[in-house]
Design a protein around this ligand. Structure first.
Ligand code: SAM
Length: 287
């Protein structure tokens, strides 16, 4: 998968080359380009913003800068052509052992029939979910446009639909200063679902949201810590009982914290009769 990020603060995207994302870069599972939007300015001050039509506080990002920048990132032309991809911060020495996506396009090599995906972070966007992360984890080329100030002139988003499949996305009901942190959030959620990125391919299958519920609590050694014991069932060696206990904990936690998720799971027919008994009892069932 190829990821390109347009921003006026390229250094904000530094975390993309660390830890598991850095390892994915080293393994050539992802290629990441971070582009400084100011390279597409033509004035001496490299201005990317201007005052809003209709008045009001703050500044709006200029279409005359964003338009050419998005055109170049899609086509691999102009300043986008000379951008070096991020290099992994940690030498994992794994190159050549697991390249799951050798067909990922280089910049500008998009298939003419498939438009790249453009994600525009905005608090006014559609809420980002695990389902979207899963869907986008199979994309070949994803471009992120980081807004600042009061956001990007709406015509940029409208016009980009000629070149991209465009999604305006929010990471939550609060307002950040800029889109960079939202991009870090989305990239982590998307990239960890690409085969080969997590050490254990099964490790995201029981995660929260994968089956419509929150995950229950986890424990590790020691068995007793500060007077608190690990639940006995987890030491029983009885896999069936452990699985039922985990399911019960997951159901009860979801009921307490996210009744909206539980309702959706019920409507989707994801709950068994036993699940419903646990929920009605409000406690794990005695075996
Ligand atoms: N005036 C905008 C509004 O009220 O919808 C807020 C602009 S915000 C200060 C500047 C930038 O931060 C946005 O263009 C977007 O890139 C990013 N941003 C802020 N909150 C966000 C959120 N919840 N999700 C995604 N991006 C966000």
């Amino acid at each position: 998968m190829r990821l390109d990020v347009l921003t006026i603060f390229p250094e904000y995207l530094e975390p993309l080359r660390h830890a598991l994302l850095g390892k994915a870069i080293e393994q050539d599972i992802i290629q990441v380009g971070v582009h400084n939007l100011r390279e597409w300015t033509s004035d001496v001050h490299q201005a990317v913003d201007d005052s809003p039509y209709g008045g009001g506080p703050g500044m709006v990002m200029k279409p005359s800068v964003w338009g050419p920048a998005l055109d170049d990132v899609a086509a691999g032309t102009g300043p986008a052509a000379s951008c070096s991809d991020l290099i992994s911060s940690v030498p994992h020495r794994l190159l050549g052992t697991s390249s799951s996506d050798a067909a990922a396009p280089r910049l500008g090599e998009e298939s003419p029939t498939t438009k790249p995906l453009l994600i525009v972070p905005t608090p006014a966007g559609v809420p980002f979910t695990q389902d979207m992360a899963a869907r986008w984890s199979t994309e070949k080329h994803v471009v992120f446009a980081c807004g600042r100030y009061e956001g990007i002139d709406q015509r940029v988003v409208d016009d980009a639909a000629n070149t991209y499949r465009v999604e305006e996305v929010s990471i939550g009901d609060y307002v950040l200063i800029g889109g960079e942190v939202a991009v870090l959030v989305m990239v982590e959620a998307i990239v960890r679902l690409i085969p080969g990125v997590l050490g254990n391919a099964a490790s995201h299958q029981d995660d929260s949201f994968q089956n419509g519920l929150l995950e229950g609590p986890s424990y590790t050694k020691p068995r007793r810590w500060r007077g608190l014991d690990v639940p006995a069932v987890l030491l029983s060696g009885n896999h069936g009982k452990v699985e039922r206990w985990r399911r019960d904990q997951s159901l009860l936690k979801t009921a307490a914290r996210r009744p909206d998720l539980l309702e959706a799971a019920q409507e989707a027919g994801l709950l068994t009769k036993r699940d419903q008994q646990v929920l009605d009892a409000g406690t794990p069932l005695e075996e």
